[in-house]
Ligand binder design. Sequence first.
Ligand SMILES: [Zn+2]
Length: 92
Amino acid sequence: MFNLMNYMEVVVSGKLDKILKPMNICQCQKCRLDIQAIALNNLPPRYIVTEKGELYTKLQELEQQFEVDVQTQIVKAAMIVGKNNKHQNEEI
Ligand SMILES: [Zn+2]
């Protein structure tokens, strides 16, 4: 079984919690998805073909190469979303 995937998605969603936790911004599902969308739009997609079982090792290797970029983009995206989270205003 082979799969095509954008491993950047996996890296971003894997790092999201750790980076957002200490930040003082809304962390509802909508904001979290907005942050992921913005971060992923600013990061190059990295499509890889994986075979079941080898995914984990492959991701770990790749993750180290892009660690700093991913972190920077998530923080940037979180600040953008934190400033204009419109869904909260709609509820008031
Ligand atoms: Zn929110």
